[in-house]
Design a protein around this ligand. Sequence first.
Ligand SMILES: *[C@@H]1O[C@H](CO)[C@@H](O)[C@H](O)[C@H]1NC(C)=O
Ligand SMILES: *[C@@H]1O[C@H](CO)[C@@H](O)[C@H](O)[C@H]1NC(C)=O
Ligand SMILES: *[C@@H]1O[C@H](CO)[C@@H](O)[C@H](O)[C@H]1NC(C)=O
Ligand SMILES: *[C@@H]1O[C@H](CO)[C@@H](O)[C@H](O)[C@H]1NC(C)=O
Ligand SMILES: *[C@@H]1O[C@H](CO)[C@@H](O)[C@H](O)[C@H]1NC(C)=O
Ligand SMILES: *[C@@H]1O[C@H](CO)[C@@H](O)[C@H](O)[C@H]1NC(C)=O
Ligand SMILES: *[C@@H]1O[C@H](CO)[C@@H](O)[C@H](O)[C@H]1NC(C)=O
Ligand SMILES: *[C@@H]1O[C@H](CO)[C@@H](O)[C@H](O)[C@H]1NC(C)=O
Ligand SMILES: *[C@@H]1O[C@H](CO)[C@@H](O)[C@H](O)[C@H]1NC(C)=O
Ligand SMILES: *[C@@H]1O[C@H](CO)[C@@H](O)[C@H](O)[C@H]1NC(C)=O
Ligand SMILES: *[C@@H]1O[C@H](CO)[C@@H](O)[C@H](O)[C@H]1NC(C)=O
Ligand SMILES: *[C@@H]1O[C@H](CO)[C@@H](O)[C@H](O)[C@H]1NC(C)=O
Length: 453
Amino acid sequence: MMRITIAVPLTLLLCLLTIHPPPNFCTAHSDSEVRCIESERHALLNFKQHLTDPSNRLASWAASASDVDCCHWVGVVCHNRTGHVLQLHLRSNYPVYDYELTTIEQRTAQDEAYSRSRFGELRLSVCYLSGFISPPIPNINFSSLTTLDLSYNSFENTSILFWVFGLHNLVSLDLSGNQFQGPIPVHLQNLTSLRHLDLSWNQFQGPIPVHLQNLTSLRHLDLSYNRFQGPIPVHLQNLTSLRHLDLSSNQLQGPIPVHLQNLTSLRHLDLFGNAFNSSIPNWLYSFSHLEFLNLGYNNLQGTLSSAIGNLTSAISIDLSYNKLSGQLTAELGQLKNLVILSLEYNSISGPIPWSIGNLSSLRYLDLESNQINGTLPQSFGQLSKLESLYIGLNMLEGVVLEVHFTNLMRLKTLVAAQNRLTLESRSSLLVISRVNNPEVNIPEVTNVSFCGY
Ligand SMILES: *[C@@H]1O[C@H](CO)[C@@H](O)[C@H](O)[C@H]1NC(C)=O
Ligand SMILES: *[C@@H]1O[C@H](CO)[C@@H](O)[C@H](O)[C@H]1NC(C)=O
Ligand SMILES: *[C@@H]1O[C@H](CO)[C@@H](O)[C@H](O)[C@H]1NC(C)=O
Ligand SMILES: *[C@@H]1O[C@H](CO)[C@@H](O)[C@H](O)[C@H]1NC(C)=O
Ligand SMILES: *[C@@H]1O[C@H](CO)[C@@H](O)[C@H](O)[C@H]1NC(C)=O
Ligand SMILES: *[C@@H]1O[C@H](CO)[C@@H](O)[C@H](O)[C@H]1NC(C)=O
Ligand SMILES: *[C@@H]1O[C@H](CO)[C@@H](O)[C@H](O)[C@H]1NC(C)=O
Ligand SMILES: *[C@@H]1O[C@H](CO)[C@@H](O)[C@H](O)[C@H]1NC(C)=O
Ligand SMILES: *[C@@H]1O[C@H](CO)[C@@H](O)[C@H](O)[C@H]1NC(C)=O
Ligand SMILES: *[C@@H]1O[C@H](CO)[C@@H](O)[C@H](O)[C@H]1NC(C)=O
Ligand SMILES: *[C@@H]1O[C@H](CO)[C@@H](O)[C@H](O)[C@H]1NC(C)=O
Ligand SMILES: *[C@@H]1O[C@H](CO)[C@@H](O)[C@H](O)[C@H]1NC(C)=O
């Protein structure tokens, strides 16, 4: 299996959960004419009073004369003409590097945004005190605020968020990487302008709330890495603008509901690491925009339909660690954009179709631990971009020829152990492993294994 989301050191952290670079970021900071609204400046100072900032990252948030324009404060972005606070970026040190489907340009823009918004440990110390009847944060009126990023801090209690749910113009809300517990607050439904909502990497629990149906502008919804339970509510069908839906690594169960068939704009669907137990629904194959599909680590059953060939936008498909059976369909060969195909640890049987050689973008293929039999088709030799090939723990047989590998210039890892494959000759192993064979112009394969793990 292959997870796309990985944790990386601070130096690579680029604020990537905000998919689009925030608007007006540079202009707001370069335009010295902008003066922030006095009441909003007070609200920010008030807000700061209730935070613990041990590394003093909010030093610029001060009433002193040199810093009087709050539009120049760390993490604050104002409208370039009206001076209203539009965005607050209070990101801490531990975001997640989510590199799939982001371009260099996006990363560069977000790198800049991140460097402006760097922030140390942000704690609501009052949460640890007793005797506070009134809510810890005063009712701040940032009615123009469109972006609020509180990700990767140490927030725990959703009751501190009540002021957030009055921000009716909020377009992007990122609460990921905190320790929020309990159900998603019901007042979240007031934020009907939201297009980007990230609650991932918290400890939210209970069912996915029905009131998410009201957020009909949502394009990006990430609830991954929480403790949500039960089925996917049918009401998610109302979110027809969704392009990115990530429910991975929760405790969801039941079928992949038929109501998701309304979400035909999806580019990214990640249900990895739950307990879904239906077959892969046929309507999913009609999602012509789908680029990223991860259904790995569930209990999915049934066969791979030939309709999978309709997913012609697909870049990454991961169906690993399920109970899928049946044969690999020749229509897989139609997925010309496919870079990653992970089908390992299922019960897929029968031969590898000849059409596999038509996957001209493929870089990563994992078929490990299935019941695949027959010989290795010679069309493998056309997979010129292939870097990693895992076919071990199957029932493949026959002779592995040089022609299988002579064009695989980029192959770095080949694991074929636990099959009944034999090598054409000692020299074919030399070709494969690039040991001392300067005539054959293929780079070195560093990882060859035919004979056991
Ligand atoms: C303000 O932002 C808008 C929208 O991004 C842009 O079109 C406009 O040129 C900016 N104005 C100034 C004065 O920078
Ligand atoms: C917030 O401020 C806006 C204008 O800046 C005002 O119209 C609105 O009534 C205020 N809301 C509250 C709850 O004070
Ligand atoms: C969260 O804060 C509210 C209000 O301060 C309090 O009533 C509640 O007990 C807190 N919840 C937890 C889990 O600490
Ligand atoms: C949410 O909207 C409801 C109904 O419009 C309103 O009663 C409630 O006060 C709002 N909640 C917040 C936190 O603004
Ligand atoms: C959310 O949607 C439900 C069902 O359409 C509706 O009854 C409710 O008033 C909506 N809530 C808000 C805050 O718009
Ligand atoms: C969600 O869709 C259902 C069925 O189409 C509809 O009855 C309901 O009002 C919708 N809810 C919202 C908030 O739009
Ligand atoms: C979802 O699709 C079904 C069938 O196409 C339709 O009846 C239903 O109204 C749709 N729901 C929404 C919220 O669009
Ligand atoms: C799927 O899981 C649900 C809930 O755990 C269960 O009720 C249902 O019988 C299961 N279905 C199949 C086909 O295993
Ligand atoms: C797949 O595409 C074919 C040809 O366009 C079409 O007939 C079929 O209905 C599609 N299947 C699905 C599940 O979308
Ligand atoms: C592979 O692609 C070629 C050209 O695109 C096509 O002619 C051929 O039928 C395909 N083969 C299979 C098995 O899909
Ligand atoms: C592969 O296995 C299937 C049963 O799963 C069997 O029908 C077929 O004959 C086998 N093919 C070869 C070449 O062993
Ligand atoms: C070699 O394969 C093993 C097992 O799949 C993998 O853990 C390792 O990272 C690979 N090494 C290289 C250099 O690709």
